[in-house]
Design a binder for this molecule. Structure first.
Ligand code: XMP
Length: 512
């Protein structure tokens, strides 16, 4: 990728969103920690640099600052919020805390733009921007001109066209800012002078070439789960190296109903070696009696690798293990150590010892929507490309507590009914993930004339853009009604159905 934009993360919450916006403008971007050295920046050779926002004040004792000399590199810079204040602070302006009633702004703010500034070219001069700042630029640095103002704040945007340095107090990357993406596009095309070569078709061709060069005539093993990432990866690798690729679909007995058959069917016409392994007993034996969610994840992650190693040995001289890791999993940020809420097994739960020459991760630079776009480019069926996410540990984390075959069968049937009714009602597009889980609550019910003492199923459905936060879906009562009736009637062992109406936070999407 020759044309790159560097996004330096100063601890803002929108770093990934900025990267995605830039890429939506067909320009490749990467997020790096704010303390990247000047030499590293030069080696990265970006066409432009974007400073993100951040939680601190620029004058706070431990606040984050960029490498010295960054403003003298001659590379265009766009500072957003805290990033804008950094520009003012370092180039001789001044930043001060806003008082209660002036200059402090949160939320939607009417803003006036100067269209002579390249950043705002062709954009309405009066619009709504999204602000979130407690400090403001009291003095604009020398050589800079003001290019936007609002009622509360006289200095909303600054520019120095000669040095190609720009700063905005508001967040152009969030949807609430009208024409925000156009502003970013202006920065990229009018200021940085990019040509816009980041397209999925370019990425596909480059990746195929890289994979071919790397792998040579070696053999590659891929764990195909049927999820979007591993399916797209299978298609990409198949195009690059054909039958040097072996896909292994491990049925760990924790899949949804008919899932194994569906995956096999989806890849039937592809020129790949596909091995389907029934490892249900093996996994369930290892999981017997385990109720701690993190233990479950680690056992499953470890067992996965053991199965692959064995298959690898059977195939003989497998050199590479391919993994569908994607960019949000690997992105480095300057935010310090966040709490581990759950260790998603393709990141946190792998055992240290992996018996292959190397792991290759051709999708590690892509965001999820880009993986889907690549899948479409490769000609994968929309059924696979648009699939909702399914966690690596599968139903193991949807049966709360100890796992048994009986409980798995219950949740499988309930989940199938839920999915079927969602499809029938035509409301699939209103939710990003939806499933049934088996709570470990048993309670008294009455069926016919008899007393029952059965499990409760929880239905979960969320709307989310990044799965970091989520809201529950407002499913029509009639649909919930049908699902509930069918589950208690058709699934033995269930006498209650709950619909979960919590968001994330405070809950998470899955139950474990
Ligand atoms: P949570 O429950 O953390 O879920 O709010 C966010 C998203 O991640 C998926 N998830 C997992 N995916 N291995 C995975 O590959 C896991 O262990 C795992 N746990 C949760 C979850 O389905 C949702 O899409």
């Amino acid at each position: 990728m020759e044309e790159k934009i560097l996004i330096l993360n100063f601890g803002g919450q929108y770093d990934q969103l900025i990267a995605r916006r830039v890429r939506e403008c067909n320009v490749y971007s990467e997020v790096k920690p704010y303390d990247m050295t000047l030499d590293e920046i030069k080696a990265f050779n970006p066409k432009g640099i974007i400073f993100t926002g951040g939680p601190e004040s620029v004058y706070a004792e431990n606040s984050y600052h960029p490498a010295e000399g960054i403003f003298e590199l001659g590379i265009p810079i766009l500072g957003i919020c805290y990033g804008c204040q950094l520009i003012a602070y370092h180039l001789g302006g001044s930043v001060v805390p806003a008082s209660e009633d002036t200059a402090r702004e949160y939320g939607r703010t009417e803003t006036n733009l100067n269209n002579n500034c390249p950043l705002f070219a062709g954009i309405e001069p009066k619009l709504i921007t999204w602000m979130s700042h407690g400090d403001y630029m009291a003095k604009v640095p020398q050589g800079f001109v003001l290019s936007a103002f609002s009622k509360a704040c006289p200095n909303v945007a600054i520019s120095n066209e000669q040095k190609k340095i720009y700063g905005v107090q508001f967040h152009p990357e969030v949807n609430h800012t009208e024409h925000g993406t156009e502003m970013i596009r202006n920065f990229l095309y009018r200021v940085c002078g990019v040509s816009g070569n980041w397209t999925m078709s370019n990425f596909m061709n480059e990746s195929i070439e890289k994979i071919q060069n790397k792998v040579g005539d070696g053999k590659v093993l891929l764990a195909l789960s049927g999820g979007v990432d591993s399916s797209v990866l299978a298609a990409l690798l198949s195009k690059a190296i054909g039958r040097q690729l072996t896909c292994v679909f491990v049925d760990h007995g924790l899949m949804r109903l008919n899932e194994g058959d569906e995956v096999e069917e989806a890849f039937r016409d592809w020129d790949i070696n596909l091995i389907r392994i029934n490892a249900e007993k093996r996994f369930l034996d290892k999981l017997a009696g385990v109720s701690d969610p993190e233990k479950k994840r680690h056992i499953i992650g470890e067992e996965f690798i053991r199965v692959f190693e064995e298959i690898g040995k059977q195939i003989g001289s497998v050199d590479y293990l391919a993994q569908g890791t994607i960019y949000p999993d690997v992105i480095e940020s300057g935010k310090g150590n966040a709490d581990v809420i759950k260790s998603h097994h393709n990141v946190g739960g792998l055992p240290d010892f992996v018996d292959f020459k190397e792991i290759i991760e051709p999708l590690r630079l892509l965001f999820k929507d880009e993986v889907r776009a690549l899948g479409r480019e490769l000609g994968l069926s929309s059924v696979l490309v648009e699939r909702q996410p399914f966690p690596g540990p599968g139903l193991a984390i949807r049966v709360i507590g100890e796992i048994t075959k009986e409980k798995l069968d219950i949740v499988r049937k309930a989940d199938f009914i839920f999915r079927e009714e969602v499809e029938k009602a035509g409301i699939r597009d209103t939710m990003n993930q939806y499933f049934a889980a088996l709570t470990n609550l048993r309670s008294v019910g009455v069926m016919g004339d008899g007393r029952t003492y059965d499990y409760a199923i929880a239905l979960r459905s969320v709307v989310t853009s990044d799965f970091m936060t989520a809201e529950y879906t407002h499913i029509p009562y009639e649909v919930l009604d049908k699902v509930s009736l069918r589950i208690v009637n058709e699934v033995d062992g269930v006498n209650r159905v709950f619909y979960d109406i919590t968001g994330k936070p405070p809950a998470t999407v899955e139950y474990e």
